[in-house]
Design a protein around this ligand. Structure first.
Ligand code: GAF
Length: 389
């Protein structure tokens, strides 16, 4: 991959001399969905698929971005003197947003840079191609400009800040955190209230993590996401009229049940219920994993899906078909929607000897029912973003 990127770099920018090579993963969340902006727990892991980049400083104030996946956009040119989101920049608004966020935090670059990327995270699949690109850019900037006082957690927060304030999606911290802090063969148990985290080894000796891409992305993903977030904020405000809490994640399910009548709006009530119970499910799931009880982990994944489908209403017909089919296959330990929702992917834990049946049977029936093929990835858990050479 490095050679391909450097060849393209040389073709576009003269020579790759002085350029460096970087990698930033995608992520899959095993459980703990839509809890990260509610002060709850999440349990994602970085993938070995992700975004590769080659980059080098320039002598002038120009920034050049080129994606080998989206070459129809050509070289996107921006200037350090005009760090604004522009429609014509398209995908490059993500890395540019990080340059802008660095400047907002007082890290003004003296000169621009050239950057070529290629990635193997399917776009819009809910596996965090944008967070991957944001953290990649953060790693590139700290490396190229010798910025030594930003930690990987800072880079995750800067990526989130840029996505919230430059690209208009009010996402939580999970994706950027998983991408920045990922560790091979481990998932990350992150408390988004305190930002404390622990790595949990994932040793699935007789099972695999299988991601199924529905290949659908329903429109209004960002606006529906922001709506969910607002509904949770409103539900929290209702609870705060009586309770001294900072986030829905502060409540146990029992405390929620005892106080839920404070929320009079039925939609807000469902959203808050999901956030509170999903947080508890995530805590329980990690405990089950530590106890070696993978079946309980799987049952909690299934319950997570039902809650995301019925209470949080972020699933869709195609995803429900995939999950329903998965639940019927012997050897499937658990299966659920993963990521923001409204399409994208499911994540399933599947016994080794059932993986072929899983892929063949679901693939066939999904195509018959939906009209197009699903894609399947049997994934490995990888490390977080870094410079590679
Ligand atoms: C998206 C967001 F970017 C995350 O912050 C998280 O809220 C997730 O949806 C849902 O759990 O990936």
């Amino acid at each position: 991959m490095k050679q391909k990127l450097f060849d393209k770099f040389a073709e576009l920018f003269g020579t790759p001399d002085g350029a460096h090579f970087y990698f930033s993963p995608g992520r899959v969340n095993l459980i703990g969905e839509h809890t990260d902006y509610n002060g709850g727990h999440v349990f994602p892991c970085a993938l070995t698929m992700g975004t590769y980049g080659a980059a080098r400083k320039r002598d002038d104030r120009m920034i050049h971005f080129y994606s080998m996946n989206l070459d129809r956009f050509g070289v996107v040119e921006a200037s350090l003197d005009d760090l604004t989101n522009k429609n014509e920049y398209n995908w490059a608004n993500y890395p540019l947003g990080v340059v802008w966020a660095f400047a907002e935090k007082g890290y003004n670059l003296d000169t621009g840079f050239d950057m070529v990327i290629w990635g193997n995270i399917p776009n819009g699949s809910g596996l965090s191609s944008s967070a991957s690109l944001e953290v990649l850019t953060g790693v590139i900037l700290t490396d190229l400009y010798g910025i030594t006082d930003l930690s990987m957690t800072d880079l995750a927060l800067i990526g989130q800040y840029s996505e919230n304030n430059f690209n208009g999606c009010n996402c939580g911290i999970m994706d950027q955190f998983a991408v920045a802090m990922g560790k091979k063969d481990n998932a990350i148990f992150l408390d988004t209230n305190t930002m404390k985290y622990e790595y949990a080894p994932i040793h699935l000796e007789d099972a695999k993590i299988v991601i199924t891409n529905s290949k659908v992305k329903h429109s209004l993903v960002d606006s529906a996401y922001n709506d969910r977030r607002q509904e949770c904020t409103d539900a929290l405000a209702a609870l705060k009229t009586k309770l001294d809490i900072n986030a829905l994640g502060d409540l146990t399910p029992d405390e929620f049940e005892a106080n839920k009548d404070l929320i009079t709006d039925p939609v807000q009530l469902k959203r808050a219920k999901h956030a509170v119970y999903e947080n508890q499910r995530t805590i329980d799931a990690v405990a089950a994993l530590r106890d070696g009880d993978i079946n309980k982990f799987g049952q909690l994944m299934n319950q997570s899906h039902i809650s995301l489908r019925d209470d949080y209403e972020v699933s869709c017909e195609e995803i429900d078909i995939l999950v329903d089919l998965a639940w019927k296959i012997p050897g499937v330990i658990g299966s659920r929607i993963t990521g923001g929702g409204f399409g994208g992917c499911t994540v399933s834990i599947v016994k080794n000897d059932a993986v072929d049946t899983f892929i063949n049977d679901i693939g066939k029936t999904y195509k018959e029912k939906v009209g197009h093929e699903a894609e399947f990835y049997t994934v490995d858990i990888g490390d977080g973003a870094s410079r590679i050479d």
